[in-house]
Ligand binder design. Structure first.
Ligand code: SF4
Length: 264
């Protein structure tokens, strides 16, 4: 004969019978922006917390506003007419000024206007043409290898994907970001060159010192829509005002938001 449940048993059975709590529907993951791959760098989700982070974001907002006022429209200083020329110019710009690169590329582009032409070039002729940009043997080898790979694997077209671009000889993440961002408006990451590295340090945006870590932090702090132009603007500001040796803090619009003002 079944026994009558005691009070405590009753409560227990009531508990069991209680309807399941409704849980909030899971948010759908936001769709991945644009087509570029971010595979080469894992994107962190948060830098700092609490007041420190809030203060940094507020200051960063003021810096962004100031940079947009100073440099409303910006682009890459390397002369180019298409993504292939920009890729070549960016490879040549390693350890060299953009001005110097712009003096050698007109003849180079006239002789080798596309990957197919460059892939057939005499290595010594490329070396001669790019000699004044420094590291000319390595650069000539990279240009030739890149042109050959583009011709053999990509039908002479540049892939619009970071993970594929960095398989080309002489093309690292920074170069790929330059090409995708400037030539195609694809925010695959943030270009961190010597100016961006110096200025993000002076402006107290990051304490990181390697380009890859600086990029990771900036990618968290800035919305994707700012990634491309933020680099361009910092580069221009680094050239015009916040020079490596003698920053012109007395004429810098960013001075009120810069922890290094008059002491860099
Ligand atoms: S205030 Fe001086 S150190 Fe700071 S960004 Fe301007 S020029 Fe550079």
């Amino acid at each position: 004969m079944p026994t009558r449940p005691s009070k405590s048993n009753k409560a227990a059975s009531k508990k069991k019978a209680a309807p399941k709590k409704k849980t909030a529907p899971q948010k759908k993951a936001a769709p991945q922006k644009k087509t570029a791959s971010n595979k080469a760098v894992d994107r962190p989700t948060m830098i700092g917390s609490g007041r420190g982070r809030a203060a940094l974001l507020k200051r960063l907002g003021a810096i962004l506003k100031g940079l947009k006022t100073l440099y409303p429209t910006v682009t890459c200083a390397l002369t180019h007419r298409n993504d292939f020329e920009l890729l070549v110019a960016t490879i040549l710009s390693a350890q060299c000024t953009d001005e110097r690169v712009n003096t050698v590329t007109p003849e180079l582009f006239a002789k080798y206007p596309d990957p197919a032409a460059l892939a057939q070039a005499d290595p010594e002729e490329i070396e001669r043409l790019v000699h004044s940009t420094g590291f000319f043997r390595n650069k000539a080898r990279s240009l030739l290898g890149t042109a050959q790979r583009l011709t053999d694997h990509y039908g002479g077209q540049l892939p619009r994907d970071l993970a594929e671009l960095i398989t080309l000889p002489g093309v690292a993440r920074k170069t790929a970001n330059v090409v995708l961002g400037t030539a195609h408006g694809i925010a695959s990451g943030i270009v961190v060159d010597t100016h961006v590295k110096r200025l993000t340090g002076r402006l107290g945006i990051t304490a990181e010192t390697t380009p890859e870590k600086i990029e990771r932090e900036l990618m968290v702090l800035l919305p994707d829509s700012e990634w491309i132009d933020f680099s361009h603007r910092l580069v221009w500001h680094g050239r015009k005002v916040c020079n490596a040796r003698k920053p012109k803090c007395d004429e810098c619009l960013l001075a009120p938001h810069c922890p290094s003002a008059f002491s860099a």
